[in-house]
Write a protein that binds this ligand. Structure first.
Ligand SMILES: Cc1cc2nc3c(=O)[nH]c(=O)nc-3n(C[C@H](O)[C@H](O)[C@H](O)COP(=O)(O)OP(=O)(O)OC[C@H]3O[C@@H](n4cnc5c(N)ncnc54)[C@H](O)[C@@H]3O)c2cc1C
Length: 465
């Protein structure tokens, strides 16, 4: 593996196929046609070789937690991409692999006629394994490009301890990266290039039918609130910047209000780039404290999570926690839990705690939980399970199964934050030891929790506020 530039890694040592008919960009996580460093690099490579560019995107049926909700959100972004790529002169192929009888190995198949492959460098979930697999099989160069954050992940040399260690580094570099993005253009248009790969036509009208034909979990229904695609993401961004941002500093801690960006799912699937969002926020007419508060979340907190999953191979387990947490967990492992709930009880939101049940309801109905109650949601499960490992497994499962923004570096950093990751020791308590403790009673006093609870009961009617 060789770092070619801040955002680009060459993953193997193969020669380019000089008879290649195109450059191939395997779009996995940056599902957008603008503000995309991987796409830009692929265009540059194609132009240098005077070849057209083919963008391949696949959706398989067997990734962990595959469901109607996740599939629908991804499919909602396909038609607009196909149209945008056509205008750009780039050939876009989308393949929906419905079940075990559908053709497999499509990336290898489409790579046979390629000069080289460009893919997305995303530091968690199934993507690192996908990239390892394509490197094992490819006879041509494979480049992985990082378009995850405002600042390239390679600017940090090791795992950062907490927000306070990464923040000054980000502040120093931000001016160099928070700049308009220069979009590349292809010099050879793809035209009606023949591609040896199935291509699935997707339109607003056939999404439900396509999803119903896939061998995935049909019990997790599509979100009534969040609809996939860059256009929908930009619509929300516009509303956020013009109507919500001004009060973000206060309203973001009020789950009963529409007071935060609600953009995390668009960020997770790469429908929106954090650079585009950060620039829009920077230019907005809003008080400095609100803009700063937002950029702290979008850049410092988010990029801390990406740094964590990039450098810590144990990001999806308690092993990645600092030593002080392991010590306190060893001391409190046998503390009596006042109540223990099963995964099924938690999943259905059947606890004695109305606020917790409401957070679970928000997740089941919309596909997200407000940040403020999400912390409480995670913390409480630690107190209601037989072991810390069981608590982690339940949180990972529920978050990744129901949340559109799940399966992301933020999912792991967020869940592990509940166990003390990126935090410090606090006062000693039963079960939690010195891990920061939160109760529904005290958290619920900081906002209108009654209103929030009632609001979650109306979500089935498909309304926001
Ligand atoms: C238990 C737990 C699980 C979580 N799981 C996820 C998850 O699966 N996916 C996810 O994206 N976030 C997760 N978070 C972090 C945070 O809750 C969400 O990013 C936030 O609720 C998204 O809502 P928003 O877009 O309105 O955020 P805003 O308040 O509008 O923030 C803007 C952006 O900053 C980033 N951000 C905000 N808060 C955090 C944070 N604490 N850490 C890192 N980045 C942050 C997000 O990308 C967010 O979209 C989790 C937090 C906890 C405590």
């Amino acid at each position: 593996m060789q770092q070619i530039s801040e955002r680009i890694q060459l993953l193997n040592e193969k020669n380019a196929n000089n008879d290649g008919k195109y450059v191939l960009y395997w779009m996995q996580m940056f599902k957008r046609t603008e503000y995309n460093h991987a796409l830009n690099f692929a265009i540059q490579e194609a132009n240098e070789r005077k070849l057209p560019l083919v963008v391949y995107e696949g959706l398989k049926y067997y990734y962990p937690w595959a469901s109607d909700r996740i599939h629908t959100f991804i499919l909602e972004g396909i038609e607009e991409k196909r149209k945008a790529f056509e205008k750009l002169g780039i050939r876009y192929v989308f393949y929906l692999q419905k079940d075990e009888n559908s053709p497999r190995d499509t990336v290898a198949r489409i790579a046979k006629d390629a000069a080289l492959i460009v893919t997305d460098d995303f530091p968690c979930f199934i993507i690192p394994k996908h990239n390892e697999a394509i490197v094992r099989r490819a006879k041509i160069p494979v480049y992985a490009v990082d378009s995850n954050g405002v600042i390239p992940m390679s600017c940090f040399e090791k795992e950062e301890y907490a927000a306070y260690t990464i923040r000054p580094k980000i502040k120093k570099m931000l001016g160099d990266y928070l700049k308009p993005f220069a979009e590349e253009k292809v010099s050879v248009r793809a035209g009606d290039l023949k591609i040896d790969c199935p291509d699935t036509e997707v339109s607003e009208k056939n999404i439900a039918e396509l999803v119903s034909e896939c061998a995935i979990d049909h019990s997790v229904k599509p979100s009534f609130l969040y609809h996939g695609g860059t256009k929908n993401g930009r619509k929300r961004l516009k509303k956020f910047v013009s109507e919500i941002l001004a009060n973000y500093n206060e309203a973001r801690n009020k789950p009963e209000k529409d007071g935060s960006s609600r953009l995390s799912s668009y960020l997770h699937f790469g429908f929106l780039s954090p650079l585009e969002i950060a620039l829009a926020v920077q230019e907005a007419d809003a008080p400095k404290e609100s803009k700063d508060a937002y950029l702290e979340e979008l850049i410092v907190r988010r990029e801390l999570s990406y740094n964590f999953t990039r450098f810590n191979a144990d990001y999806d387990s308690l092993k990645s926690l600092p030593e002080w947490v392991h010590k306190t967990m060893r001391e409190h492992i046998d503390d009596r839990r006042a109540r223990v709930y099963s995964l099924e009880e938690l999943e259905r939101g059947e606890t004695y705690d109305e606020l917790w049940n409401a957070a679970q309801r928000e997740m089941l109905e919309t596909g997200e939980i407000h940040n403020y109650v999400r912390m409480l949601w995670g913390k409480n499960v630690i107190g209601w399970t037989r072991s810390y490992e069981e608590a982690f497994a339940i949180l990972e499962h529920l978050n990744n199964k129901y949340c559109l923004d799940g399966r992301n570096p933020n999912s792991y950093a967020g869940i592990l934050w509940c166990f003390g990751k990126h935090d410090r020791p606090w006062m000693k308590r039963p079960v939690f030891g010195t891990i920061r403790y939160m109760t529904s009673t005290s958290t619920g006093r900081k906002f209108d929790s009654k209103k929030y609870i009632e609001w979650t009961k109306t979500l089935g009617q498909g309304k926001l506020f």
